[in-house]
Design a protein around this ligand. Sequence first.
Ligand code: FE2
Length: 377
Amino acid sequence: MNATLVDTPKIFSEAQDFMPLKGTDYVELYVSNAKQAAHYYKTAFGFQSLAYAGLETGLTDRESYVVVQDKIRIVLTSPLRSGSEIGRHIDKHGDGVKVTALWVEDATVAYNTAMERGAESHLLPEQLSDEEGHIVRSGIKTYGEVVHIFIQRKNYNGIFLPGYKAWDSHYNPSSIGLKYIDHMVGNVELGEMNKYVEFYQKVMGFAQIMSFDDKDISTEYTALMSKVVSNGDGKIKFPINEPAPGLKKSQVDEYLDFYEGAGVQHIAVATDDIIETVTQLRDRGVEFLTIPSTYYDVLEQRVGKIEEDIQPLKELGILVDRDDDGYLLQIFTKTVNPRPTMFFEIIQRKGARSFGKGNFKALFEAIEREQELRGTL
Ligand code: FE2
């Protein structure tokens, strides 16, 4: 079987929106030093200070910094003492995504619906209030130790969530044009991909919109398989990868080894001007996977005419792919952690709704060159 766009003309119509999701509310990472991580995301990725919770707001066990860029909110949380659940998570996984929070109309209905349809509970619906109003939140488990928190915020006017205060900083590096989270990819163990595809279909009403097998995503040495699920309006897209047998250890195996289990592999963030965004990121020290310059020799033959000049794309290492609906430009950072685990993708869509299948081979060979340096291939 080749890569299949499961349902091209009515791509998301299979999704049953019995649990309408209004978007990604925030992503929370458990990290060993939230203060310094926040500085990194501000300095390198152009996020702004938004909110803070910690000792000064009455917390005794942890500290969280919230940074924002357009529709993207990232919460960075560290423990304040030993022996905590957050500390255990960091010890096991290193820095990584703990929560993908989803914005819903009614967090109690979302929770009850998910539970009736077979979800595993993480957090019973609870109301949190302060002088700005109240929110309701609830949570269910997904792959690995990742959870989805449903956030109902229609009765809340505060800066982020009750318990947080505004984080006013004199240090405000400019935005680099990141707009929203386009998709978030999970790596799961061999044989688990279909289980989680079914989870998103059955529990959340998502549709499977694409599928790639090891023939699509393989190089001389390694392979993986991937399926993409999406909610009804296409705002929330979760590709799920599992390793496939190959001559050497695939990037998914390497991730599972170092993360010690399933987890979020990459967060793809959208921009309207990838050349400007990537230029800024590079200037601010972000490292990207590099692609052989021969990639660009045959680029226009492969994807046809595009609006961008090839030269800046080549200089920056930006990849291009085309599908039936248009084209997309994308680039991948190197891992942002000491462990070879999570990384970011920067993506600009010009009509295309797919994920860059035409770049898989070049990309995975680039990752293998990095694995080779780490001695983990
Ligand atoms: Fe991606």
